[in-house]
Ligand binder design. Structure first.
Ligand code: S3P
Length: 168
């Protein structure tokens, strides 16, 4: 169905790469976090605070199911935790070509250290948290991915070129 899907840890650049790819390939872009916020009419921080992470994860699965019915030839960036569910990984693979934007814990920390919009990184020691979560998640991302693009020390231009080359 011609969709290009971007997965990876928080701060790996999925949203920015998604917008740039959309412009370059002239395809619409959609972001699962934004979709969920739009449907719920409230920010993710509030969804987590009022209804908890499990509720948000169910919303992610529902969002993927809807995209499978509706998305054709689109760029789709997904929340960093979405590929953790096996069911979601299957849905992702059905939905299109999956690119894992792989970043080191150091790259991620530098990008998210001033950010307050990600509830899972708001503890006392975000560096350790990032390292632990990344180690837990990397296997899931790889399992879902058709292509792995390492983004450490690369410009967005370089990342775009790699993705475009892979798309052929
Ligand atoms: C999450 C990543 C966030 C958002 C939520 C949970 C995660 O998306 O879905 O805060 O579990 O990694 P981004 O990866 O776009 O920041």
């Amino acid at each position: 169905m011609g969709n290009v899907i971007l997965i990876g840890f928080m701060g790996s650049g999925k949203t920015t790469v998604g917008f740039r790819l959309s412009y370059r390939l002239r395809k619409p872009v959609i972001d699962t976090d934004k979709e969920i916020e739009r449907e719920e009419q409230r920010p993710i921080t509030e969804i987590f605070a009022s209804d908890g992470e499990a509720y948000f994860r169910d919303r992610e699965t529902m969002c993927l199911q809807k995209l499978l019915r509706t998305a054709r030839d689109q760029i789709i960036s997904v929340g960093g935790g979405l590929p953790l569910r096996e069911e979601n990984r299957k849905l992702l693979r059905k939905l299109g070509q999956v690119f894992y934007l792989q970043a080191s814990a150091e790259t991620i920390y530098e990008r998210v250290k001033h950010d307050t919009s990600r509830p899972l990184l708001q503890g006392d020691d975000p560096q350790t948290r990032i390292r632990t979560m990344l180690a837990e998640r990397d296997g899931c991302y790889k399992d879902a991915a058709d292509f792995i693009v390492n983004v450490d020390d690369k410009s967005f231009e370089q990342i775009m070129c790699e993705i475009e080359r892979a798309l052929g």
